[in-house]
Design a protein around this ligand. Structure first.
Ligand code: PNS
Length: 174
């Protein structure tokens, strides 16, 4: 068997990275972050730079929305990353990657990512967390689709995100 990218090393188990595109952040994400801060001293919300995914919101907008929504959440911080997630996690010295699991349908992709990340760096553990039941059907993709087609996303996303989604909708219908 070939060696992993990094030899196993212990990083700080009190520091967790919660990575994602966050295009945009939803109340489901917020719920996971709040739960994460009950377990970990620091939860770094790491927003993926990758423009190849063609996000609706620019990186600056996604960061601004996350910072605004997390203003009152102690222990949560916002950062951006590019390239391999495990490289970023090692760079910030975190010991844990947090991912939300909503339904069985999330599981296969998440399981593959967790095992690939472990192969790349066995010093980082992935921890899955379940959001509150009222959020299990919410995804950034559905929120964008519903809003762009004229539906209400009130209660599904933070107020600042809702406002910016409406602005995007108004801009495309001009
Ligand atoms: O919630 P998302 O948007 O599906 O997040 C996916 C994310 C950002 C966690 C994943 O795409 C990722 O880690 N990208 C960074 C590149 C990388 O490390 N790829 C290998 C993952 S096994």
């Amino acid at each position: 068997m070939s060696a992993p990218l990094h030899s196993p090393r212990r990083y700080d188990p009190r520091v967790a990275v919660y990575p994602g595109s966050f295009d945009p952040l939803t109340n489901g994400h917020l719920d996971i972050i709040a739960r994460g801060t009950r377990i970990f001293e620091r939860v770094i919300v790491a927003i993926l730079v990758n423009e190849a995914k063609q996000p609706l919101f620019s990186l600056a907008e996604r960061v601004a929305m996350a910072r605004e929504a997390l203003g009152g959440v102690r222990g949560a911080e916002v950062d951006t990353f590019d390239g391999l997630l495990v490289e970023y996690v090692a760079r910030v010295g975190a010991g844990v990657v947090v991912r939300g699991l909503r339904a069985i349908s999330d599981f296969e992709y998440e399981y593959q990512m967790a095992l690939m990340n472990r192969r790349l760096n066995d010093g980082v553990e992935t921890v899955f967390m379940m959001p509150a039941e009222q959020y299990v059907y919410i995804s950034s993709r559905l929120v964008k689709e519903v809003c762009m087609l004229g539906g209400s996303v009130a209660g599904l996303v933070p107020d600042g995100v809702e406002r910016r989604l409406m602005e995007k909708r108004a801009a495309v219908s001009r």
